[in-house]
Ligand binder design. Structure first.
Ligand SMILES: Nc1ncnc2c1ncn2[C@@H]1O[C@H](COP(=O)(O)OP(=O)(O)O)[C@@H](O)[C@H]1O
Ligand SMILES: [Mg+2]
Length: 354
């Protein structure tokens, strides 16, 4: 079994893993989710981790699982920094990757396999949150077939999206529907295009917040960020669609911004932070996360999703929220490493390497 006694050392050997598969997502120059952008981010992260005094080996993983396992075993790192992200529609390898690394006995940054799975199975995580008393959007339903539309009483507007994707995939200008006919069309589109059930929810018209959480046992909430849709033309729905997130040339991208720290009354900020932390704990997330929350008509915060291994791109999203809390980017990565070494509660490490 690998010797893990050096884990507490200041200087760690970090294996930084990312998905090198280009996938089927269009890889156009204006798409900020492209493989080139990912490689760039990984290079930057490696540089920052090295500046902290760690030894870093960047390990791409694509179609060579056995070679990857041999390399990882040979490297015998103190910790695996997990930047493995699915790029193929419907693939749910993030949780499998995390499980594999843990079965090899290596500590892993971010959330464990189950939480990563829950991040992607949106209906399951919503049901779990609901069951724990955490508010989610009303009318949350999973539709496997177009015919399922007739099995429910609907209130409109609804939002329809793939139930097992992330990163705004499958969300566009037609994702909000106001009639049964449009609902049927969207469910058909999702089932046919993404080969998975559709997630349907009541569309919440209120303010939208991204809540960063960082740390292990003593995880804390970062200053809130708010999505600003005010400049968006009225005919484009105010949602973080694929275009708004990734396509630099789109109106959605240009006219949607994120304000951090958000201007929120203290009582509402307390409610949002509390709900986000409860959601983080409920799915057993670990190390870092970004919880998406939106207010309903009555102004009550409801959880859209818990992004377990949220993007760690420097200067934006979680990293920016952390920065507003006085946590620099290198400090953020160090906190994530420390949480990985601390390990999630009840986690038993059983290496299957001889
Ligand atoms: N029930 C909802 N009401 C209002 N907006 C929603 C709802 N569900 C999703 N959205 C919008 O769609 C975006 C993406 O949805 P989300 O569930 O977070 O999926 P993703 O994993 O693709 O980020 C959210 O940031 C929000 O703008
Ligand atoms: Mg989201």
């Amino acid at each position: 079994m690998p010797n893990r006694s050096r884990r507490s050392c200041k200087s760690l050997h970090v294996a930084l893993v990312y998905n090198a598969d280009a996938g089927i997502i269009p890889d156009t120059p204006e798409d900020r989710g492209s493989t080139a952008d990912l490689r760039h981010m990984i290079r930057d992260m490696a540089r920052v981790l090295r500046s902290l005094g760690h030894r870093v080996t960047v390990l791409p993983l694509a179609h060579d699982l056995f070679a990857f396992q041999r390399k990882l075993r040979h490297l015998d790192p103190d910790v695996v920094f997990n930047q493995y992200d699915d790029v193929v529609h419907g693939a749910l390898y993030e949780m499998r990757f995390a499980a594999m690394v843990r079965m090899m006995g290596f500590p892993l940054t971010g959330s464990p396999a189950l939480a990563l799975g829950l991040s992607r199975y949106k209906h399951m995580s919503a049901s779990l949150l609901h069951g724990t008393g955490i508010p989610i959007p009303p009318c949350t339903e999973l539709l496997e077939r177009v015919g399922d539309v007739d099995r429910h009483e609907w209130r409109f507007p609804l939002i329809v999206q793939p139930s097992q994707e992330h990163a705004g995939i499958g969300l566009d200008r037609d994702s909000i529907v106001r009639s049964k006919k449009a609902l049927r069309q969207q469910v058909r589109r999702i089932v046919q295009t993404y080969n998975q059930p559709a997630l349907v929810q009541l569309f919440l018209p209120g303010r939208e917040f991204n809540v960063g959480i960082v740390g292990g046992k003593r995880a804390r909430v970062m200053p809130l960020a708010e999505v600003n849709y005010e400049e968006l033309p009225a005919d484009i729905p105010p949602i973080m669609s694929y275009a708004a997130k990734w396509i630099e040339t789109s109106v959605e991208y240009k006219k949607t911004s994120v304000i951090c720290p958000a201007a929120v009354e203290p009582e509402l900020a307390r409610q949002i932070s509390d709900i986000a932390m409860r959601a983080f704990r409920a799915v057993r997330a670990w190390g870092y996360s970004r919880v998406d929350i939106r207010l309903d008509e009555a102004g009550l915060p409801r959880v859209l999703e818990v992004n377990c291994n949220a993007s760690l791109e420097e200067g934006v999203a979680l990293a920016r929220s952390a920065d507003k809390a006085g946590i620099s980017y290198p400090q953020l990565l160090q906190m994530i490493l420390s949480a990985a070494l601390e390990g999630p509660p009840y986690d038993v490490s059983v290496s299957m390497l001889l």
